[in-house]
Design a binder for this molecule. Sequence first.
Ligand SMILES: Cc1cc2nc3c(=O)[nH]c(=O)nc-3n(C[C@H](O)[C@H](O)[C@H](O)COP(=O)(O)O)c2cc1C
Length: 192
Amino acid sequence: MTKPVVAIVYHSGYGHTKVQAEAVLAGIREVSGVEGLLVQAEKVDEHWEQLDEAAAIIFGSPVYMGNVAAAFQTFAEKSSKRWFESKWRDKLAAGFVNSGSQNGDKVQALNALFTLSQQHGMIWVGLGLMPGNNNSAGSVNDLNRLGSFSGAFAQSNVDQGADIVPPEADQRTAAHLGKRVAEAALRWTRGA
Ligand SMILES: Cc1cc2nc3c(=O)[nH]c(=O)nc-3n(C[C@H](O)[C@H](O)[C@H](O)COP(=O)(O)O)c2cc1C
């Protein structure tokens, strides 16, 4: 039996969201019996068939001007060919976003990823974590330090390179999302 594939489609202009995407992939790879696939949005034309066969697709983008990056939206619009044929209906979906500011309108970008998944008739998997760093004993090193529920958030200081940020806590949060979706994909495809 072939392993269910959990794909990640992401854009990263300057490498920060790529670090987050790779952390999601590491989380997927923690789950045996599932295959991870990392796809740059710009190279999606090489991967449509793999995406059509995937059990889950996790979408990721930096926040540019309060929304997903244009390169990610180009992928989203190209995916309309899949939409016409309902090819992604009932696949699992999830999302992650990364911005320079602590808030930076990340929710707006994550909502764009959610809406894309719902246009395709996909099943959205949220983060499934309690918020970190929201009490007097909390710290910026907490898992889910940015307190998201619907997807994984990361914040990358704008004067630091992708070798330094997003911080380890945000990478752990991203890995948690990958692992959660991979575990859900195993359950979702059981008996299929
Ligand atoms: C064109 C552009 C627009 C941006 N808009 C926002 C924004 O709306 N909110 C924010 O917090 N950061 C914004 N940023 C900062 C990026 O989200 C941040 O630098 C992020 O880490 C970039 O990820 P990347 O290296 O994967 O491209 C913007 C950066 C660029 C280049």
